[in-house]
Design a protein around this ligand. Structure first.
Ligand code: ADP
Length: 229
């Protein structure tokens, strides 16, 4: 299966903006071109490389879905990796807090890392609240092609997330023990143009997983075969 490179106007515009925003502070670095290209890696893998970017409130189901979708893709022989919010904050972004600037830098680093996964031909699933639309948009612009970034909005009412309180953080935020907590003391900006909205407060995990997989088949990221129907 070849990686389809669209030549639509939107695709061309995206590539121009991508080139304009890919700046480096180092003037003496030279990009080394690999002979094993992304396209060859994708051919070997039998699927395209993409970022599946899950966004939503804490407790909306981003991690649950990312891991459940990964499980299904892995069973189908896809090369996948999940980047989870807390794990990244232990290492790559361990020096960052939750101020507006630090949140932006957190998402920028994750975006750059995810971009490399896409270059490697993998399906990378990211589970970060990523509350600000502009930060998510910046990641969309980092990737080579607009179709490399698939934004999945885990749409779950705050009340349900708070009721679930998976990590006990809502209770602590209500007591004022956690500052800048998204949904309580810091805003969440829902994506105006998400590629997919999953109603994680109303539907089961399995139903939501099916919706995500259906999108990947429909977009030709993963080929639809009789085995994975
Ligand atoms: P987040 O990563 O967004 O903070 P988690 O995935 O850690 O959220 O927690 C979501 C909780 O909601 C889990 O306990 C999960 O079992 C539950 N849940 C119920 N329905 C769904 C659904 N449709 N999708 C995802 N999670 C769901």
């Amino acid at each position: 299966m070849g990686a389809v490179q669209g030549c639509s106007r939107a695709g061309r515009d995206h590539r121009i903006i991508h080139a304009m925003t890919s700046t480096s502070q180092s003037s003496h670095t030279v990009w080394h071109h690999a002979t094993v290209t992304r396209q060859r890696r994708e051919q070997l893998n039998g699927h395209r490389g993409v970022i599946l970017w899950f966004t939503g409130l804490s407790g909306s189901g981003k991690s649950t879905l990312a891991h459940a979708v990964e499980e299904r893709l892995h069973q189908q022989g896809c090369r996948t990796f999940v980047c989870d919010g807390d794990n990244v904050r232990h290492g790559l972004c361990g020096d960052l807090g939750f101020s507006r600037e630090d949140r932006a830098e957190n998402i920028r680093r994750i975006g750059q890392m995810a971009r490399l996964f896409v270059e490697s031909g993998m399906i990378v699933l990211t589970a970060f609240i990523s509350p600000f639309a502009v930060d998510r948009q910046r990641v969309r612009m980092m990737v080579e092609r607009s179709e490399d970034f698939i934004e999945v909005f885990c749409d779950c009412p705050l009340g349900i997330c708070e009721q679930r309180d998976v990590k006990g953080l809502y209770q602590r935020a209500r007591k004022g023990e956690v500052s800048d907590f998204t949904g309580i003391s810091s805003p969440y900006e829902p994506p105006p143009h998400a590629d997919l909205i999953v109603k994680t407060g109303e539907r089961t995990v399995d139903q939501c997983v099916q919706e995500v997989l259906a999108l990947l088949y429909a977009r030709g990221v993963v080929p639809l075969t009789r085995e994975n129907v």
